[in-house]
Ligand binder design. Structure first.
Ligand SMILES: Nc1ncnc2c1ncn2[C@@H]1O[C@H](COP(=O)(O)OP(=O)(O)OP(=O)(O)O)[C@@H](O)[C@H]1O
Ligand SMILES: [Mg+2]
Length: 399
């Protein structure tokens, strides 16, 4: 009997052990299964987010590419542009402005380009980059510098332009600090033609584009010269789009370059196309006098080009007095007096008294044409020391 009891107790114990073990393995199985569910849920969520980001990235990249292709701009990788500049080599630096360094570069297809690399990430730089791409992708004129493409990744903002062999106009009018370019002596005919081509660039922005565009940073360093010394207007990073000529814009932050900013814009922030006309007048004065707009090293009363020149622009003797000595008197006095009168009107302190760019162009066209005719007659009688026929012919074809 006792043996039987003992046997039953043993059987019960074994059963209990089996049940406990079975429950334990069931519980651990359940725990393992829920942990598996938890982990796989987390992983799939992460994958979903990554996929969405990838899709967004693909979408935005596709958009940029699509837009840029539509706009005729090429999207470059930084690697492509880095190699085009010989690794941003110092020997390829052709200038430096507020946006960053400008390099000479050669693209894979052999095209020579100017590559402008933003050197400091900042709100102003990013904004200028955006406006430059936006404006230049929509506007095309033989008198505006062409933007060929850009690179815009997380770390780099780079603009790729057509290369203008003779660089900025200012480099040829007066010695420029830190410039490693060779300056060319600009004769009167070239100066006349440059003033007409630059005027046509602004006329295009103000009158041929709807809504009009105000350049806001027109100056001699933003007038670039090609191999034949033909001019194109550059740098639209500060441009204001969609302003109507009458109303204009009122901004609290005045942008532009000292010496070129119209007085009403500097004082009140009131920006119109007439602000560009003022800046154009200053460049015209630089072409006439060969002087910098602001030079504090000059004698008292001569530091500001506009204040010094304006009272002298309206009489013959005064004009003679301000002319660039580098021209060595080789100009027609009649033309000079007319150009001086245009400059005087452009730099009027009162915006309403300034002409429209279309008027400036109309006044300059006959001067350039008549100069060409006279110099042709001159060269046929072999008495004129003028420019090469190539430059001449090209000028005619662009009018
Ligand atoms: N497309 C180009 N081809 C040849 N040279 C260029 C070109 N773009 C710019 N440069 C050269 O680089 C110089 C610097 O140009 P950048 O526009 O960066 O500055 P800036 O106009 O002198 O001054 P800011 O930045 O104040 O406008 C120019 O003066 C010119 O000599
Ligand atoms: Mg510039």
């Amino acid at each position: 009997m006792e043996v039987e009891d003992d046997h039953r107790r043993k059987e019960l114990l074994v059963l209990v052990v089996i049940v406990v073990l079975a429950s334990l393995s069931l519980v651990s199985l359940l725990v393992a299964f829920s942990y598996y569910c938890y982990i796989s849920n987390k992983v799939s969520k992460r994958l979903k987010i990554r996929k969405r980001v990838d899709l967004e990235d693909e979408g935005s990249f596709a958009n940029v590419e699509k837009n840029s292709t539509e706009k005729g701009l090429q999207v470059f990788t930084f690697k492509q542009l880095y190699s085009a500049t010989g690794g941003c080599s110092k020997s390829n630096v052709i200038g430096h402005g507020s946006f960053g360094c400008v390099y000479r570069g050669v693209l894979n297809d052999g095209r020579k380009v100017a590559i402008k690399l933003m050197d400091q990430a900042g709100k102003q730089g990013e904004e200028e980059f955006k406006v430059e791409v936006d404006v230049l992708s929509r506007l095309h004129s033989p008198y505006l510098l062409a933007l060929l493409g850009y690179c815009s990744d997380n770390n780099h903002k780079v603009l790729v332009y057509e290369f203008m062999v003779n660089g900025g106009l200012q480099e040829h009018l007066y010695p420029v600090r830190r410039s490693n370019s060779v300056s060319v002596k600009l004769d009167w005919e070239t100066r006349l033609r440059v003033s007409l081509e630059a005027a046509k660039g602004l006329e295009y922005l103000h009158d041929h584009v709807s809504p009009p565009v105000i350049h806001r940073d027109f100056k001699s360093s933003n007038v670039l010269l090609d191999k034949d010394l033909h001019a194109k207007v550059a740098d639209f990073g500060l441009a204001k789009i969609g302003s109507d000529k009458a109303g204009g814009h009122v901004s609290t932050r005045v942008l532009g370059t000292q010496g070129y900013v119209a007085p009403e814009y500097a004082l009140t922030g009131h920006l119109t196309t007439k602000s560009d006309v003022y800046s154009y007048g200053v460049v015209l004065l630089e072409l006439l006098t060969g002087r910098v707009p602001v030079d504090i090293k000059r004698a008292p009363g001569e530091a500001s080009l506009v204040s010094w020149a304006l009272p002298r622009l309206t009489d013959r003797e005064g004009v003679m007095h301000i002319m660039d000595p580098a021209l060595e008197g080789q100009y027609s006095m009649k033309d000079v007096v007319q150009v001086a009168a245009i400059a005087a009107m452009c730099v009027q302190p009162e915006a309403d008294y300034r002409p429209l760019m279309v008027d400036v162009v109309q006044s300059l066209v006959p001067l350039v044409r008549s100069y060409r005719t006279t110099s042709k007659i001159g060269s046929s009688s072999s008495s004129s020391a003028s420019k090469s026929p190539t430059a001449h012919d090209k000028a005619s074809s662009r009018d």
